[in-house]
Design a protein around this ligand. Sequence first.
Ligand code: PEP
Ligand code: MG
Length: 849
Amino acid sequence: MQQEVTPLGFTRIKRVAPIAVNTHGGRAKCLQRLVRLDLPVPLTVALGFDAVHQLAEGRPIDITALLNVFGDAPLLSVRPSSEDPDWGGPGAILNIGMNDARHAELAEQYGQDDADTLYLRFVQAYAVHVERLDPELFEFDNSLTSGEALQRALEFYFEETDEDFPQDISLQLISVLRSMARAWEGTTARLLRQAKGAPADAGLGLVVQAMAPGLGGAQSGSGVVQLIDPNTGEQIVKGRFTRKSSDPAAPASATETLYLAKDPRGPSLEDVLPKAYTQLVHWAQICRTRLREEMEVKFTIQDGELHIIDAVRVPRSSRAALRAAVQLAEDKVIPVEEAICRVPPRSLTELLHQQVDPDAPRDVAARGIAASPGGAVGKIVFTSDAAQASEARGEPCILVRRETAPEDIRGMHSSVGVVTERGGATSHAAVIARGMGLPCVVGAGLRINHRKRTLTLEDGRELAEGDTLTVDGTMGEALMGEAKMLPVVKDKWYLQLMEWADSIRDIGVRANADTPADAAVARDFKAQGIGLCRTEHMFFEGDRLTVMREMIFAQTREDRHEVIARLLPMQRADFTELFQIMQGQPVCIRLFDPPLHEFLPSDRAGAKELAEALDLPLSDVTRRIEWLSEFNPMLGMRGVRLGITFPEIYEMQARAIFEATVEASKHGDPVVPEIMIPLVSAKREVELVKARVDAVATAVRGETGADFDYRLGVMVETPRAALRAHEIAQHAAFLSFGTNDLTQMAYGLSRDDAGRFMNAYVQQGVFPEDPFHTLDPDGVGELLQIGAERGRTTKPDLTLGLCGEHGGNPESIAFCRTAGFDYVSCSPFRVPVARLAAAQLVAKERLER
Ligand code: PEP
Ligand code: MG
């Protein structure tokens, strides 16, 4: 193989030349592919990452050797070539080689005006990007002709630098190369690309290309073409052609710019140069099929002759990216596995929620943690009652709270979005909002003044109840007023992609769903069952809260039994409905988990109201509240501890589950309920609860004469449960890892308060990510691994699942799949994200084979 490499590490781009994305960047590699396709690409030379880095450091280079490649008096362009187009880079500089002599020559050939324009553009670019002169000095309005503007630009250049504009092309080129190399090394550029995932030592390549200046009357110019609409992905010829221009990116006045395809709004390239148009579209199609991607192709036409100067991936919306991937696979340009891998799972959340238009102007009121994606507009309310009143009036509202508590659930149901002053990624508001698919920002930079019913922003602005606010839960921002929205997209391209994904996926995806509405969404998103039904949420609804409170105030065991008997039919109806919606799919019901004080009012007015409702002296009520209050309720009397201390609650729930099983199985597919015990830390806890649940099952079988199966499992969410999983598994059909509490307890980090310092921790690199957001693979991950291994030692067919908020994250899914888990469970709206992420793991393996 013959390789023509210039002595200084410059490589001429030919069919065979050592050009790779990781040494010369994506643009250089793409140009080589175009050359291999026999497209008319002007002569191009690539500088690799090492050469560019050395240039930035000031090492001298032999520019003559480089210029010799291009022959006599060329006009050149230099473009950046980074490894990933999203990492940015310095802007292109064109028309290198323009000087007084070349200017005179071009004026003769193409006319004074065009020659003036070309020289002017180069002087402007050189002055601003190479000499770093003030850009404003070199901006001229239309009152000057190009010739006058050129004269001024040359004069200003002299005044600012004390030198004439350089006439020597060698000097021009070396200065341009060095300035672009240094721009890449600058701190701002580095931080910007690192924010987009570039490594600290990401390199820059440069490509130097001979230019066809695009002058020469109506038959000349430059443009871009792409074969899809960048917003929708629809297959359509898009782009523009600017006459008498050498820069496809240059903004051009309307009179000079043509549409590409025939267009009723004005003249097109197809009208004016039909042959060139047909050839261009043909080549663009070749680029698509051979580069296996939707490409934006830059071209020039010189005296009717077409040149392809560059091609990059079409910058596109998430929606267009999905459709493009599916379309490429349907056209057999790429395999289905590759289409699956090309769509970032998180981009689906953009399609499945109404979104704030990212391109519309935004006035940010407050920034916080992006707790639940999507966008919503409504009027500010500060209490759940106000939210319900607003809903009743048909006015969409945004619930703004210091933090939310279980008693706010009804208010959240009545709101279209939620903003809280406090809280982190797994605080109450975040978890509930994600479950409901409600856009939510927590830990937002604002202060609520409850008395005045206003909120104060960090910049001092004040908003009052009733003012309009937009929640952008995707970006983690609250915006002033009503922002522009983009609609939900669930088109046939999405459905096709998901069908492919499900056909190869090998780990189950269930949904965390507490209500029939959640379950319906879960089914709609094709969840394979419910992995976590948090039953306590059912007790905050309507009349049940009152009954729940009566139970808490029951004086005797008998009284408690009497109240619980009233809860039984309600729970039975809840479960029957869930089973019916899920049509025989597994439904995992977690027994009651939260501390009882969450059901009691937190202020005096509430306590008084409760005293009236229960006809008790206020002092009885306050005494009970005090008795139930704990210093650290998250580690207090909750979960199985409550189930063992007051067994009536779990017994009632087990009975409701079994009776509902019998009921739902009568009319539909047989139901095999899963019952899950929360917050277990010792085997004995499981034994005690299991004995009672088994006894209830026997009783219900006897009473109804119906037979049914059920599976009892344990939620592993304390470190000790993970460590003792081999013992616990003796009595469990499944273990489901609750990574919210497990993270909280592994780190000793409150999930409700961590938001206050999490940003500082992540910024200073104490934690690479918020561990409530992204599963900590080292510490918490090791506990999962230990739990899984030890559990399966006792019981090789033990079912393993994960139901914390991490369940929908691609990284956690990869972890669970490697550790041999059977399923992950996440909030319904994240089910599609999880399905796609899981499928990508298989697709990648197949593509690598
Ligand atoms: C968990 O702790 O991970 C969990 C799923 O339960 P909850 O969020 O209800 O505590
Ligand atoms: Mg938990």
